[in-house]
Unconditional design. Structure first.
Length: 574
């Protein structure tokens, strides 16, 4: 062992004696290209999705159920493909090349969908009012459905490459070892979600109007042109960007650590004063990557790095990665294991956002939607309240509230990411409680003083508080999770970390559907109209809101339990 320790110490001394040229990050210089590319790309992609159910019903003559199923299937696939895209980016292609190829895939998909609206043979013949009344509309041929699905396939491929890489690629441009770089990355998250709010407003208003009232061809041509512009912007900054090299398959590294730790399970982990030279801590190849020091969390995994005789090559590398793993590999696996409980809690905190998008509209339909004498709010437009609140509150928090909190707490950014996520949980619960209280009053007025159509004499603006609280949930929860995953995942796994956000949305959507079905089926058996009856004046929607709030409280307690035991990632710059 002494000779082995000497060999490792000599290698470490050599690594320390060589100056490590940490490449200068461009920071905000790269943001006009990256944020411009990402904003226009999201404008294009979300523009294709915003009114797609209506497109399938009007142009493809589908019923509402089939249209909704196709949209849900497309979105489900688009939330799973980012896992594949993240693996490819982190292991083989790198973030920039993955974004580039995925952008061209999205462009192809958008062009195909545009052609389905433009070329008559790619969609069924228009259906007249008489045909609709008698159910005699021309159906879709296999060829027409094939063309449509081919376009959606390419769009899902594009989303799979862009979503997990866009934010990590932007964060790569900041030097997170400096206070300036960390503040820049935090401001980027704020700007990212502020632009997303503006995008949703444009898509829900202007683009939907063009598609509905002007032309479906033009309505899909505009996103296609936007996508082309975003690709041009992406290439315009190629000389400015900082590029992080892919490190190979992270999944194989995870299994190597588990196998090596299992093989050495009977080994004794050295005490703190005996660790020098006992663990395999090979220098990293990329000098821009941050090195993770060995920690005592999941201490059994440390055995995978214990060095035995004849396990090292002459250059100090491991002869067999399935028998000897580096400290870096072990700590990367620990990061993943530590984050997973936080990730699980993030699924349930997203449920209120999905439920309000559905049942908030149902409430609005049974309320007074008149503003003045000549203007009526569309029920589906009440979600704009949340978007506007996000767009207003995010910059206020970043520029005013966070600096003020920083002076009080002496914490960089004012609050830690986990504290912000915790506030997101609290606001999610509050939004459900307020929604239930408003529904109690709305239902009472609808039954006692409502019109013949069941509309309560209560302004739709009473829904504003619950949507504003939901905006706070989004600002602290969603933005907090995005920053948390990007900061806490190792450099070589950031795309995988970001793909969890897409998986989170998919899991929350599926869990929401499961809860709705269970509540609908169970409460219907009690001999009264179920809580989610089609006529909400007969149902008890407030009970459902309170149930989601109770679920949120349990989830928040679990989050507090996990976050109090969480230790933030410690890094050591080479």
């Amino acid at each position: 062992m002494p000779s082995l320790q000497k060999k490792l110490l000599d290698e470490e001394s050599l690594a320390e004696s060589v100056p490590q040229a940490h490449s200068r990050k461009p920071g905000w210089k790269a943001m006009p290209y990256i944020l411009g590319n990402d904003t226009i790309e999201r404008l294009a992609t979300f523009g294709m999705q915003a009114n797609f159910v209506v497109y399938l019903m009007k142009v493809y003559n589908m019923d509402q159920v089939l249209s909704a199923n196709i949209l849900n299937a497309w979105l489900a696939v688009s939330n799973i493909t980012p896992l594949i895209g993240a693996f490819i980016a982190d292991a083989y292609l790198g973030k920039f090349l993955t974004i580039t190829l995925a952008s061209f895939a999205s462009l192809v998909g958008m062009a195909i969908v545009m052609l389905t609206a433009w070329v008559p043979k790619f969609h069924p013949a228009p259906c007249s009012i008489q045909q609709q009344q008698f159910g005699k509309c021309t159906g879709q041929t296999n060829f027409q459905m094939g063309v449509l699905m081919f376009g959606l396939f390419w769009l899902s491929i594009g989303t799979g490459g862009i979503r997990p890489c866009s934010v990590p690629f932007a964060v790569d441009q900041f030097d997170l070892t400096t206070a300036e770089g960390r503040h820049g990355s935090s401001s980027f998250y704020t700007l990212y979600y502020t632009t997303q709010t503006l995008i949703m407003l444009i898509n829900q208003t202007l683009l939907v109007y063009i598609q509905d009232s002007v032309s479906w061809t033009l309505g899909f041509a505009l996103p296609t042109v936007f996508m082309l512009i975003s690709i041009i912007l992406l290439f315009a900054g190629t000389k400015v960007y900082a590029y992080v090299k892919p490190e190979g398959s992270n999944f194989s590294s995870i299994f190597e650590v588990l196998v090596a730790a299992q093989h050495k399970r009977h080994f004794h982990v050295p005490a703190a004063e005996e660790t020098e030279g006992a663990f395999y801590d090979h220098p990293l190849h990329d000098d821009s990557e941050t090195k993770l020091p060995l920690t005592n969390e999941f201490r059994c995994l440390n055995k995978a790095a214990i060095v035995e005789e004849n396990e090292l090559n002459n250059d100090g590398s491991s002869k067999d990665p399935w028998r000897l793993c580096s400290v870096q590999q072990i700590e990367e696996l620990k990061c993943l294991l530590k984050i997973m409980p936080i990730f699980i809690t993030s699924i349930i905190v997203n449920i209120p956002i999905g439920q309000q998008a559905i049942f908030g509209v149902s409430q609005a339909l049974k309320m007074d939607r008149n503003l003045g004498h000549n203007f009526e709010i569309h029920a589906g437009s009440v979600n704009v309240i949340m978007m506007l609140s996000i767009g207003v509150f995010l910059p206020i928090y970043d520029q005013i509230i966070a600096p003020a909190l920083e002076k009080i707490t002496k914490q960089e950014g004012g609050l830690t990411t986990l504290q912000r996520i915790g506030l997101g949980h609290a606001f999610g619960v509050l939004s459900m409680v307020v929604s239930g209280l408003v529904e109690i009053k709305r239902r009472e007025l609808a039954i006692s003083k409502g019109a013949s159509d069941g509309v309560a004499p209560m302004s739709v603006m009473w829904l504003a508080p619950q949507f504003m609280l939901l905006a706070c949930c989004h600002v602290f929860g969603t933005v907090g999770h995005t920053e948390f995953f990007n900061k806490e995942f190792p450099d070589g796994m950031k795309s995988i970390g970001n793909s969890l956000l897409c998986l989170n949305v998919s899991a929350a959507s599926n869990l929401s559907s499961f809860i709705v079905n269970i509540v609908h089926s169970y409460t219907r058996k009690l001999g009264q109209p179920d809580w989610l009856d089609g006529d909400i004046n007969k149902g008890r929607l407030e009970y459902f809101y309170f149930f989601i709030a109770a679920l949120g409280v349990l989830n928040m307690c679990y989050f507090i339990f996990c976050s109090r035991r969480y230790h933030y990632k410690i890094t050591r710059l080479l």
